[in-house]
Structure formats: structure tokens, C-alpha cells
Design a binder for this molecule. Structure first.
Ligand code: ZN
Ligand code: ZN
Length: 416
């Protein structure tokens, strides 16, 4: 017995006027999702708890079975794992952006949070940054790694560090670079904040004088003369899924965060060719990759990103189109598996992102499960509205994994 768990990011929505009062999921043509709803059991799910808008990181932790209130330790470590950077217990990782700073009397002004988005010099600039030696804490080392475009990761390693520190990123342009502040009274947080502030100044000094930035300026591009840091995090102390249930599990995802959460809970990482996590993503290639790796796995988690992108862009028609792409992927998967005898499939979202709000909100998301022996219900279509009267009722995100593992025969009887 094997299972597929598909999470379509931000798929949940509200009735939308532009769609005649339907949600994008209701408005989309979804014969394959409707088929799974018809042969399976539906429900709605509060990923964290009712009324709490989840971040994608806490939502995925919950869907993988870990109570985020107990296990969430910041986003940075997931980002690092997701781009293939090794981090160890005790390391503090930050999400980083190359940015454009302007020196002012009272500090550094952020004139472009992404330094024009294209920073092909990122790897070379990172090398220069990594030559710097910390003065405030000689027992701490750091590593800056460039990933794609303007993005990177900063990892601090050493004794007495904490992830309870604030961002230097003001999250808006034409704001001053923020001073990093400790978020609790610990000496670890104070020490970490001092290190971050030292690096903020040092990185700007190193970058502003770098010839690659002089070349950028002469080409009319914004210089990558600063680094903004946000989302400090450490590895969560979780028992990985493979140890907890004795299963082999893998993830097929393109975006760093989801790959990182999956890696943190013990999944092997795969990426389908052409999976761009954008509107152009090749959903049939994702399905092929999943079917290729399925023989070696008990559970495959599949992350589908474009639904959330269309939601943040406030475009319900485009979101419906992306849901149709998801439906096409589900169709290819259903063709390649045996839902009568051998395989289970679960499809859900990590949170609701209404196109009318363009941000995550706290409504529950639709959920469907199908496979051998799964009880059916009266639901014959997959949507936020139809799933409300499904047999799974209203669940929490952390309930999904035990239900899947129970179908796979990997749970133990509680009591005797
Ligand atoms: Zn999400
Ligand atoms: Zn989102």
C-alpha cells in the first residue's frame, strides 16, 4: 500500500463576484478531482485551528503531523535545507536578499529590496562576504550562500546562539534597514542580534566597494550593496516520519520552503523537470516524476505552487486555470495508480488565500481522500462548498498524517 499526498498551495478561496459568486475551485473544470471526490471521502480542514491564517511553513508542518505550536522554530532553517545547504542542531539560519542600500545620515535606506532581482554576481559576492571574520563573537562562524536571483541564506554556527531575533529587512522599500533586536531576555538572543548588526554593516562595506557593483552601476543596474535578513530559524526537534511510522517518504516540489519542511521531517527530495512553481509549471512532468519514484516509496508528498501565486496576484480567473492544471496532474496520477487495490490519494490545500484578500486567511480548506476501503460519502464534486458535507467532517491539519498511516497499516492500536 502506498499513498500520494497532494497539497495545492493557497487553493482554498471565498465566493468571488468576478466568478458569479463561485470560488475558483467551483468555477474551474475539474473532472479528475470530482472523480476522486465521488469515489472517496471529503471533508474540510483547519490546517492550524479555526480562524488562524497559516503561513506555508507552519501549515506544512501541521499537514505532516507536527503541531506547529510545539515544533515551529522559524522559517530560516527550512529555506536553508530547501536550497541544499547543510545545517546542524544549534545553527541559526536566515533568509537573505541582496538589496540596494543608500547611505543616509541616520543609517541605511533600502531603495530596492531585491537589487533588481537579477544578481548573477551573487556567488562571487558571497565569496567575498565569507572572507570576513566576526569581531563581536570569535566563537561563532558564519556562511553566506547565494541561491537564485537575489536570494540567499545566512547560517550562523557556534555556541550560545538563538533564533529569537528580529529581521533587518523592513519588508518595504524606502524604509531604513532595521536594527536586529533580541526578541526575548536571553543572553543568546542578545549575542545573536549583535552578530547580525555587525554583519549588516560589514556586508555593506564589503559590497559597496566591490568592482562587480561598480560595473552594475555603470550598466544602469541597482548595485547589490547590502544584505537584508529575515526569518531566523533553527532545525525543529522532530522525530522524522520514517522513524515514527517506519515508512520511506519523498517530496516532489520546486520551491525551497516546501522542500525544506519536507527534508526536516525526513523526506527525500525530488524535483520534476519543468516544475517552475510558476504559472508555466509543467504539471504532467510532475506527475511523471511522482510515478517514477513511487515504487521506492510508501508516501510521496507533492507540492503544487501556482494556485497561491494567482491568489496573491488577486486573479480568480487565473487561479481557476491553475486549478485546472492541478486537475490535469491529478488525472495523470490517477491513470498511473490503482485506487482499487494498492494506492491512496489525498488532495488538499495548506491554507485559504482568497483572491479578494490576496493574503492567507483562516477559513478551512477542502480535503479529499480515496483508495482501497475508504468509505464513500454523498459528495460528488471537489470544492470548499461541496466538501463541507463530506464524511471526513472538519479536521485539523495534524490529523491527516495519522489517517494516511492508518490506511497504510503503519499505526498501532492505542490500548489493547
Ligand atoms: Zn502556502
Ligand atoms: Zn501565500
Amino acid at each position: 500500500m502506498k499513498a500520494l499526498l497532494i497539497v495545492s498551495d493557497g487553493m482554498g478561496d471565498r465566493p468571488n463576484k468576478k466568478l458569479g459568486g463561485k470560488t475558483p475551485l467551483q468555477a474551474a473544470e475539474t473532472p479528475n478531482l470530482d472523480y476522486v471526490a465521488k469515489i472517496g471521502c471529503c471533508g474540510i480542514m483547519d490546517t492550524i485551528s479555526p480562524g488562524i491564517p497559516p503561513g506555508s511553513d507552519t501549515a506544512h508542518l501541521a499537514i505532516f503531523g507536527y503541531d506547529p505550536y510545539e515544533y515551529y522554530t522559524g522559517r530560516g532553517a527550512f529555506e536553508a535545507l530547501g536550497v541544499g545547504i547543510r545545517i546542524y542542531p544549534g545553527d541559526v539560519a536566515f533568509r537573505a536578499n541582496f538589496a540596494t542600500f543608500e547611505e543616509q545620515e541616520n543609517g541605511l535606506l533600502v531603495t530596492d529590496r531585491r537589487a533588481g532581482r537579477k544578481v548573477p554576481e551573487g556567488g562571487k559576492l558571497a565569496e567575498k562576504l565569507n572572507k570576513y571574520r566576526l569581531k563581536t563573537a570569535k566563537d561563532v562562524k558564519f556562511r553566506f550562500e547565494h541561491s537564485v536571483e537575489h536570494r540567499g541564506v545566512l547560517v550562523l554556527s557556534g555556541s550560545g546562539l538563538s533564533y529569537k531575533v528580529s529581521d533587518t529587512d523592513p519588508h518595504e522599500t524606502l524604509q531604513m534597514v532595521h536594527e536586529c533586536k533580541p526578541l526575548d531576555d536571553s543572553k543568546e538572543a542578545l549575542k545573536t542580534a549583535k552578530i547580525v548588526n555587525e554583519l549588516n554593516t560589514a556586508f555593506h562595506e564589503i559590497l559597496k566597494n566591490n568592482p562587480l557593483n561598480q560595473e552594475r552601476i555603470s550598466r544602469g543596474e541597482p548595485p547589490a550593496n547590502g544584505v537584508l535578513l529575515r526569518g531566523a530559524g533553527i532545525l525543529p526537534k522532530v522525530t522524522p516520519l520514517n522513524q515514527m511510522y517506519g515508512v520511506s517518504c519523498s517530496c516532489v516540489a520546486a520551491a525551497a520552503l516546501y522542500r525544506g519542511v519536507a527534508a526536516a521531517v525526513g523526506m527525500k527530495l525530488f524535483k520534476a523537470p519543468g516544475d517552475t512553481a510558476t504559472y508555466e509549471t509543467d504539471e504532467e512532468s510532475i506527475a511523471r516524476t511522482v510515478l517514477d519514484i513511487l515504487p521506492e516509496n510508501d508516501l510521496v508528498f507533492i507540492h503544487f505552487k501556482p494556485t497561491d501565486n494567482a491568489s496573491h496576484d488577486g486573479n480568480p480567473e487565473l487561479k481557476a486555470k491553475m486549478i485546472e492544471k492541478l486537475d490535469n496532474m491529478v488525472g495523470k496520477l490517477v491513470e498511473g495508480i490503482d485506487l482499487e487495490n494498492e494506492h491512496y490519494i489525498a488532495v488538499t490545500a495548506d491554507h485559504t488565500t482568497p483572491c479578494s484578500v490576496q493574503e492567507h486567511t483562516g477559513e478551512p480548506v477542502p480535503l479529499v481522500m480515496a483508495g482501497p476501503g475508504v468509505r464513500t460519502d454523498q459528495t460528488t464534486a471537489f470544492s470548499e462548498i461541496d466538501c463541507q458535507r463530506g464524511g471526513l467532517g472538519r479536521l485539523r491539519g495534524k490529523d491527516i498524517m495519522p489517517i494516511i498511516m492508518d490506511y497504510l497499516g503503519k499505526t498501532r492500536i492505542f490500548g489493547s
